[in-house]
Design a protein around this ligand. Structure first.
Ligand code: FAD
Ligand code: PHB
Length: 390
């Protein structure tokens, strides 16, 4: 079998790439190891940058997003017994974020692909990339017990941080940049109305907490926990007690609790591979880079990569112009490294580290005070949060 672009992974990156390529008249096949039900239920990101929303709308998959997405004009930083609003409408006028679950984006994209006859193979295994440094790379895999192979012009590795695509690049042809943080995030989804209108990023001696949401009926929360924390040690009562202790720190705020629908623990890590391409293989999204979720950047970076890759492939197919493809990695990495720094900065600003001494805590508080009292510092946070365009 043959296709133009073989895409490994049906996360936001792979699905959006397949959809955008289809709109350019370029065919693709998407190979996904999980089932459709699994990827449509996987709870992850929730914050879409302005540019991400525009991309989804322009691609014709923004209808439900426009109806159900919650537009936010600011976020709150809570520390020292006070609340401080970072007001996007004042600091970065015309730019906002939209809160809309990643799994909703995934559902919208799967529906759009299948409605236009797109080829997504779910539950494949043993995916392997071959001949990526030739003009006829191929993807081999097993589906329903049968070995299959698809010959392609190009392969897009969109299979996330734990995928196989990145390792198809010879070790000597790539460099990894990495940082691990000595804590994790315990995330829950709860059937309860949000206790605030905007996201709350709360810093305190007990650790970081985040109050987010998905809809007027469903809230999302995160707690900083130890890097080795286990869900068994976090029964529902303990989670609510800790959320209250970290969030009910300002006068007049009380946190509403409700049934917990989902719980998970996410490691906190920063990672970049350079370059993001080798031969006819192009990596996009978490396959090439991950950020700790404090800056809400991962999904948005995946969408940005896919925008660049679509343009480059469209130029190649339309006019034989290979310049976009040659520049793919360099173009993406400018935005990636800005988001890396912002995510690292938000993470180190808002999480007390066990290794901190009293001096380090004072520095954190001083930086927080500066961010909420200097218009220049608040604008820097705001312009990165809503999405900085290099
Ligand atoms: P993925 O979503 O990981 O998709 C990769 C796909 O490839 C998966 O479906 C996987 O099953 C499949 N796959 C893997 N290996 C193989 C294989 N060998 N063969 C076939 N298929 C394979 N980002 C934000 O922008 N904003 C946020 O608010 C935010 N919050 C987050 C909160 C949490 C708790 C977490 C965990 C992440 C958050 N992120 C956030 C990050 C965001 O979820 C990711 O950056 C995003 O999922 C990246 O999309 P992707 O398509 O590159 O990778
Ligand atoms: C979320 O709603 O899942 C979310 C929001 C903000 C973040 C990370 C995750 O920084």
């Amino acid at each position: 079998m043959r296709t133009q672009v073989g895409i490994v992974g049906a996360g936001p990156a792979g699905l959006l790439l397949s959809h955008l390529l289809h709109r350019e008249g370029i065919e693709s096949v998407v190979l996904e190891m999980r089932s459709r039900a699994y990827i449509e239920k996987r709870v992850r990101a929730g914050v879409l940058e302005h540019g991400t929303v525009e991309t989804l709308r322009a691609a014709g998959v923004g209808e439900r997003l426009s109806r159900e997405g919650l537009i936010h004009q600011g976020i709150e930083l809570r520390f020292g017994g006070r609340r401080h609003r970072i007001a996007f409408e004042e600091l970065v006028p015309g730019r906002a974020i939209t809160v809309y679950g990643q799994q909703e984006v995934v559902k919208d994209l799967v529906a759009a692909r299948l409605a236009s006859g797109g080829d997504i193979r779910f539950e494949v295994d043993d995916v392997a990339l071959t001949a990526i440094d030739s003009e006829r790379p191929s993807v081999k895999f097993r589906a329903a017990g049968e070995r299959e192979s698809i010959e392609c012009d190009f392969i897009a590795g969109c299979d996330g941080f734990h995928g196989v695509s990145r390792d198809a690049i010879p070790a000597g042809a790539r460099t990894h940049f990495e940082r691990e943080y000595p804590f994790a995030w315990l995330g829950i989804l709860a059937r309860v109305a949000p206790s605030a209108d905007e996201l709350i990023y709360a810093y305190g001696d007990r650790g970081f907490a985040l109050h987010s949401m998905r809809s007027p009926e469903v809230s999302r929360f995160y707690l900083q926990v130890g890097a080795d924390a286990q869900l068994e040690s976090w029964p529902d009562d303990r989670i609510w007690a800790e959320l209250r202790a970290r969030l009910e720190t300002v006068p007049g705020f009380s946190l509403a609790a409700g049934p917990i629908l989902e719980k998970n623990i996410t490691a906190m890590r920063s990672f970049v591979v350079e370059p993001m391409q080798f031969g006819r293989l192009y990596l996009a999204g978490d396959a090439a880079h991950i950020v700790p979720p404090t800056g809400a950047k991962g999904l948005n970076l995946a969408v940005a990569d896919v925008r660049v890759l679509t343009r480059a492939l469209a130029d190649w197919y339309a006019r034989g112009d290979a310049s976009g493809l040659a520049q793919y990695s360099a173009t993406c990495l400018r935005r990636v490294w800005r988001a890396q720094h912002f995510s690292y900065w938000m993470t180190t600003l808002l999480h007390p580290f066990d290794s901190d001494d009293a001096y380090a805590r004072r520095l954190q508080l001083s930086q927080l005070e500066y961010v909420v009292s200097s218009r220049a510092a608040a604008t820097s946070l705001a312009e990165n949060y809503v999405g900085w365009e290099p």
